[in-house]
Design a protein. Sequence first.
Length: 228
Amino acid sequence: MPAYNETTQLPRTLTEVTSALENLQVTFEIVVVDDGSEDGTGDLVESMAARDPRLRVLHHDTNLGITAALATAIKSSRGRLFMFIPADLALEPASIGRYLAASANADIVAGYTGVRPDYNFYRSLVSWTNGTLLRTLFRLPIRNFNYSHLYRMSLLRPMRLQFTGSAMLYAEIFVKAKRSGARIVQIQIPYLPRTGGQARGARPSLVLRTLRDMIRLWLQSMTGRLQA
């Protein structure tokens, strides 16, 4: 769970996710990556982790971005399954059970949503353009590349991920999973609008970097230079 300046949202998110996992009666660990927060997010999670050994916090000294935090969490994961849940939640915690059920016959369970009511026209356009380009370039019928997905760690651990500082990390995983013959199942999940914090994923500078990295990923894939 990457977190950057999420003191307002994070306590609710962690409480609801923990409760949902307890109800499922599964063994779990929640790894929060404090991505260089300046509002005390790291200290907040440390205090919560001191009271619950199932919660673990890792720290970035500076803000490296959500996918860098995701890569850090992947490297430190000790479980059999890995699920990315954003600090702003963006899904009903009860939906976690649907991911787990679908994982019985899948190496990746890819969640997707319908209309996102908190997206303005610009964010909707950026999201639609990004998904359309990825589906076209890589011939992957993934509906939401950058949403909450569940992965088998036996699939993720051997991957030498190259785009750890880029929004293309999600696509890189799907491209490599497809090449390895991994089973990918998609499930529709009710979207939960953000109630606190600030969304940062559609900044123009980030959109331009994402487009650059999309071209890099496509060229590496087409020329056989993309590492397994």
